[in-house]
Design a protein around this ligand. Structure first.
Ligand SMILES: Nc1nc2c(c(=O)[nH]1)N=C([C@H](O)[C@H](O)COP(=O)(O)OP(=O)(O)OP(=O)(O)O)CN2
Ligand SMILES: [Zn+2]
Length: 154
């Protein structure tokens, strides 16, 4: 079993409305998303993915479709943050992603995990498992959403 990780970056705005300090203000980050998958290495001489768990470009394609494309240059706003939501709605065509929970690194990492896990499973079945989604909000701050162990899943 091998784990592989694909890193991607995107820019997005957010705010944490209840934050005691600066983060209650509208601001943005260059987020870094790391997607870690677990699987067996293909031993298929002559095939493009020989020696790979999954071609990194295939991880990129799914991540782009599900997360990076929709979130890049969007404003990530919590559904309860009505002041900002109304403001964003007043701008026709604004790229806005409405989240159920406040868009902290923790909640965004979990949201990305919850979107990506079924997307990889639908495409690759049980052959691959999404092990971890790590989301850097800044170079110094990140959160990890990690696959629950089997015993925690029931
Ligand atoms: N546990 C969390 N704490 C904080 C979050 C979060 O998502 N989860 N978010 C923020 C702010 O949104 C901001 O992104 C972080 O700001 P800051 O702590 O200032 O991070 P920096 O890397 O810029 O800090 P330096 O001190 O400049 O290194 C706050 N907390
Ligand atoms: Zn922030």
């Amino acid at each position: 079993m091998i784990r592989i990780t694909r890193k991607m970056e995107f820019d997005a705005g957010h705010r944490i409305p209840d934050h005691r300090s600066q983060c209650r203000n509208l601001h943005g980050h260059r987020y870094v998303l790391e997607i870690t998958l677990e699987g067996e290495v293909h031993d298929t001489p002559g095939q493009s993915d020989n020696g790979m768990v999954l071609d990194f470009s295939d991880i990129k394609a799914i991540a782009h479709e599900q997360i990076v494309g929709p979130w890049d240059h969007a404003f990530l706003v919590c559904q309860s943050d009505t002041a900002v939501l109304e403001f964003l709605k007043s701008m026709p065509g604004h790229k806005t992603v409405v989240t159920r929970k406040v868009p902290t690194a923790e909640n965004l990492a979990q949201l990305a995990f919850d979107v990506l896990a079924p997307a990889f499973e639908q495409r690759y079945g049980k052959e691959l498992v999404l092990h971890r989604v790590r989301l850097y909000e800044t170079p110094n701050c990140w959160a990890d959403a990690i696959r629950m162990s089997r015993s925690d899943q029931s």
